[in-house]
Every structure is written in C-alpha cells, then in structure tokens.
Design a protein around this ligand. Structure first.
Ligand code: AMP
Length: 284
C-alpha cells in the first residue's frame, strides 16, 4: 500500500494508475462502515485510494475536534489488511496552508437538519471533498448513507460544479443491536452504549408503521419521538422527515418515500442516524 502525505506525492502516484480509481474519503478511526465503502469501491475499480484527514473546517465545536478519536497506526494496519491501493494522509497545513481562503457553500441542501445544529459544517465538508476529489481525480467516490445530508450536499456540489466524478452512496453498517457504527461510539460509557440502540429501534418501528400503510408525517414523527423519549440516557436534538434528495421538510400526507433522520446526545456523545421510509427497504 502506497502511503502519501503530500498533494504532490498522491498526484504523482495517481498518474501511475491508468485505469479508473475509486476514492473513499474518511476521517480515520476506521471501522466496518468504512470497510464496506472500501469493498464497494474495490468491487468496481482496479485501484482504491482512501483519504484519512480529520478536517478542522467541518467541526463547529473546538471540543468535538479535540475529542475526535485518532489512531493512525491502527488505521494503516486495517487499510493494508483490506488491500487498499493507496492512502492519502495530509496534514492540516497541506490542505489549508497559510493564506488559504477558498470555501464552497452548497446553499439550500446544507440548511436544516445537521446544517441547523452545526453551522458551517457542510461548508467545511464541501470544501474538503472538492479539494480531495480535485487532487485524486477518481471516477467514483464512496460515501455512507449514515451521513445522508452529506451525500445530498456532495451530490449537489458535484452537479453544480460539473465535477467529473460519480457519487456512490452505501447502506449504513450497524452493530448487531442496530447501533450505526461510528468512530464516536468509542466514547460511549457502557450504560450509554446499552441505551444508544433505541435510536435504530425508533427508526425501524417507524419504518414498519410506514410499510404497514401509515402516511401521516406528524404521526410517524411522533411515534419515533415517543420511543426515544422513553430512554432517559438519550436526549433528542432533532427528528425530521424530509425529501430524500432535496431534504425539504415534509408534512401532512406523504406522497412518496421520505428520509427519517435524527441527531441525539447519548451522554456527551452526539449520534446521528436515519432510515429511508419507502414501500420496500431501500437506501439512498
Ligand atoms: P467519517 O470517517 O465518519 O467521516 O466517515 C467517512 C465515510 O464513512 C462517510 O462517507 C460516512 O458516511 C461513512 N460511514 C461512517 N459510518 C458508517 C456506517 N456505519 N456505515 C456506512 N458508512 C459509514
């Protein structure tokens, strides 16, 4: 596996790869969710480049950035065992050198949901993803549905800027009790870890209600909210039904599929999750 730390190095390595390249952008502390993205890329391309960069521009709280888990040696060992072609691990100064001043705002789809509670988050995401895609020039880039708004923001950016890359969304990988894998799960206490699967239970039971014929947005949202409210260790930040592509909020009788998404604090740890409400189990 080639390890590149500078833009010049990864560009030079990329030039040696004649065929299509798949790219998997990550912030490291890798888990089976990341592995699934790597596998999807490897199934479609002869070469897969993973990026590992904790992007300061997408953290709206300094404390969250400082607490973000990191394990470069462990990540490199995993990437080797997964058979990744190359990894790009830039420093912050490599991506944002002194004098850096260009940012990308994807205006509408960045508002609401995560955008409402994490001001500036998607500006940071769009900026770093555009820069990484521009450096690596993959034919396809792989993202997880767990961050559904991120998928929508990146897709809109790629369309608006006519970037020559296809954005692929992969289903959320979960623990056996339903908790979505996340690097942040490592910070849950044992009691919080036992409480956290209530989020998935609420999403699933609401999906069941949808599939059984319930179409009133307010009833569906209220059902999910009540299930989570019964768990004292979990504090809901938002729970919302939105159009899966535009992310516009939905109310009244649902005409088609809908994205049910939430953010909740479990102790000090902020978790997000979502499910697509559709006639059959589908992902983005
Ligand atoms: P992160 O390192 O958390 O920024 O995530 C890097 C990529 O992995 C993003 O596209 C995430 O949506 C995706 N990802 C994170 N957790 C999961 C998961 N449990 N299942 C599938 N994809 C995931």
């Amino acid at each position: 596996m080639k390890i590149c730390r500078t833009i010049a190095e990864v560009r030079a390595f990329r030039q040696t790869l004649v065929q299509g390249v798949g790219c998997v952008p990550t912030m490291g502390y890798l888990h089976a969710g990341h592995a699934a993205l790597v596998q999807a890329s490897q199934a479609a391309h002869p070469a897969t480049i993973v990026t590992l960069f904790v992007n300061p521009a997408q953290f709206n709280a300094a404390e969250d950035l400082a607490n973000y888990p990191r394990d470069e040696a462990g990540d490199l060992a995993k990437l080797v065992s997964w058979g990744v072609t190359a990894v790009f691990i830039p420093t912050v100064a490599e991506i944002y050198p002194t004098g850096y001043q260009t940012y990308i705002d994807v205006e509408e789809v960045s508002q609401g949901l995560e955008g409402q509670y994490r001001p500036g988050h998607f500006r940071g995401v769009a900026t770093v993803v555009a820069k990484l895609l521009n450096i690596i020039q993959p034919s396809h880039a792989y993202f997880g549905q767990k961050d559904a708004q991120q998928v929508a923001v990146v897709r809109q950016m790629v369309q608006d800027l006519a970037l020559p890359v296809e954005i692929m969304a992969c289903p959320t990988v979960r623990e056996s009790d339903g908790l979505a894998l996340s690097s942040r799960n490592a910070r849950l206490s044992p009691a919080e870890r036992r409480a956290a699967p209530v989020l998935y239970r609420a999403l699933r039971q609401t999906q069941d209600a949808y599939q059984a014929g319930e179409r009133l947005a307010e009833t569906l949202v209220e059902q999910a909210r009540a299930i989570i409210h019964a768990e004292p260790l979990v504090r809901l930040e938002y729970l919302s039904l939105n159009d899966p592509q535009t992310l516009k909020p939905l109310a009244g009788t649902l005409a088609g599929s809908a994205l049910l998404s939430l953010a909740a604090y479990c102790g000090p740890v902020r978790l997000i999750d979502n499910l697509l409400l559709a006639k059959h189990s589908e992902h983005l």
